[in-house]
Design a protein around this ligand. Sequence first.
Ligand code: ACM
Length: 263
Amino acid sequence: MLKIALIQFEPLLGNIAANIITVRELIGRLSGAQLVVLPELASTGYHFNNPEHAISLAEDPGNSEYVAMLTDLASKNNQFIVSGFNEKSKSGIYNSSLLIGPEGLMGIYRKMHLFMHEKEYFLPGDGELAVYDTGHCRLGMQICFDYLFPEPWRILSQKGAELIVHPSNLLTQNANKVLPGLALINHVYIATTNRIGIERDLEFNGGSMILDPKGEILVKASASAEELIEYEIDISLAHNKMITSMNHVFEDRRPEQYKQDIC
Ligand code: ACM
């Protein structure tokens, strides 16, 4: 069994030092989770004033107190931690998700589908859709608005992901409609951690959840409270890719029929 923790909280915009203290304290309250999932942009907050504000808060993961704190906890607790992160690189900044394990930083996913004003701050991710083996599970990463674009979820699942972790800063109810379908059509677990709170004109709506490979919601947080959810899943249930006794989620695809001119 794999115990997953979703940490639904309110990051403070522009206050990395305060968010470090909060996240450290919240992870310290968990009891035995092997995998911890934090929201999108958990160290900086989301609704930047302008591109300069977003850039001023971006960090190199190799030189970040926030990442150092998570790395220290992952090592001490023998845990895997996934967190949204405002990532500075040579070419610009990315809305990223970091996977940190007991041995340190294992992987970075850069959000491919940018929402609204994110397009003014961040570069769209163009990296590989990687699946990471933690020993407990094979996982892939997506971030928030990516949920409206099904292709990467399919690719991660076809590459062997059993669980897709999904740090988020959700604002609408659309994910509630779409995530069960993404879990079902790929027969994968999904762990979505959303944030709560208000930043200027944006109100985030919580509802962090874990979905099983049948698309059922196993556990769901409230819309507006800070919550620590710890929930055990049987990852082996993601290995059964049969929809019926005669239908397989991947093998029944018709890729040769999908190559049609849609331009
Ligand atoms: C979003 O992608 N943060 C809505």
